[in-house]
Design a binder for this molecule. Sequence first.
Ligand code: SAM
Ligand code: SF4
Length: 443
Amino acid sequence: MTRVFLETYGCQMNVADSELMAGVLERAGMTLVDRPEEADAVILNTCAIREHAEQRVLGRLGDFARLKAANPALVVGVAGCMAQHLRAKLLDKKRVLDLVVGPDGYRALPELLRRAADAPVAEVRLDRDETYGDLEPRREPGVRAWVTVQRGCDKFCTYCVVPFTRGRERSLPLPELVRQFEHAAAAGHREIVLLGQTVNSWRHDGRDFADLLRATAAVDGIERVRFTSPHPSDMSDRVIEAIATCDRVMPHVHLPLQSGSDTVLEAMNRTYTRAEFLDVVRRLRAAIPGVAVSTDIIAGFTGETEDDHRRTLETCAEVRFASAFLFKYSARPDTKAFRWPETVSEEDKGRRLTELIEQQMAISGEIHDALLGREVEVLVESRGRRNDGQLYGKSRDFKTVVFADDGAAPGMLRRVRIVATTPVTLVGESLHAPRPEPLVTLG
Ligand code: SAM
Ligand code: SF4
């Protein structure tokens, strides 16, 4: 058992968990391979947040069933939130699976894979103390490094499966995090994104998230610090001040609203009202000039009326989010809301989602248009994804910017003037571009 193929679904926390697993496997002498056909074991790192995410993974398991039919020694594993969520039930699935391992079982992964080669194994115990803080992930090279600073969640929003799949909230110790930041900087990463389900409730040994932001920004070689996702109820003045006063902490806050109706927010157990959310946005904007605020919204939660939906539209129009992840509500087993009868038809959910998307596209488009002619600072990440002659990067407030290649390598900062926009991208001109030689020199 030496070659492992690892495939990741879902959020950035899963991407970071896959990097953690890759580190654990390599230290045990195993090799990560790019194609499942070359592997002795395949592991799918999965997401359970919406039903659609689970359906995709179950579909993918069909591919591995075919591979296993041709190579019966292949070990097939499911890791992550779906593993935790469906637990032993998964092991029966088409008799394809040999291993089911939840988010707190990764330390023992090499041993679990070896055991799974002989008989099916399920390791789905949640561990209140496991943070993996001492384990070095094998990070994908690139400008950005994702660092998990907090695991689990204690908020128990009534629609959300995360507290059941990832267990109780735990913060990683500051010294272990600083060591990870220094390693990331030494490996060439220029931006660090701090990850946690309610990342701004991070605390350890008398330090809070404001201290963590300052400690991250102080690491040599790190140009930019970002974080996701803060919870509106944990957005203290100390945290806002740290964002405002640390030049390397970027002026972008992804602040999930979920709904603009107080009735729905209460049913969701979000612990804030619409007015309190608006107040957090007001405090952010007062303290941090040019801060971009983005959000998550769920359309069609159980009990959401047309009036509630209208309040969400109005709240989004009032805040004018820079961008938004907009989701149709998906009832998840284990959650409190799963027991409540669904009241919004699929058709109405779809229509409400479309209305939210259309309004948001118009707002994002207007915000982008207002940037025409302005200069922004871009951290170059790669070549353009659609056009090889372009460079791709992010502005300080996390807008996507593309501009004609001026020779900048990934990791370099560029000043760029915005010359065209779409609701999702800014097109710029580098102010570093070598000026063309004049055709005729007079005088
Ligand atoms: N912890 C983060 C927070 O509270 O902002 C987000 C975690 S979750 C991975 C990302 C987003 O998925 C949530 O903000 C929410 O909008 C959405 N989500 C969670 N559960 C959902 C569900 N059952 N149906 C639809 N969307 C859901
Ligand atoms: Fe889920 Fe709420 Fe925790 Fe976010 S804060 S992970 S939505 S329970």
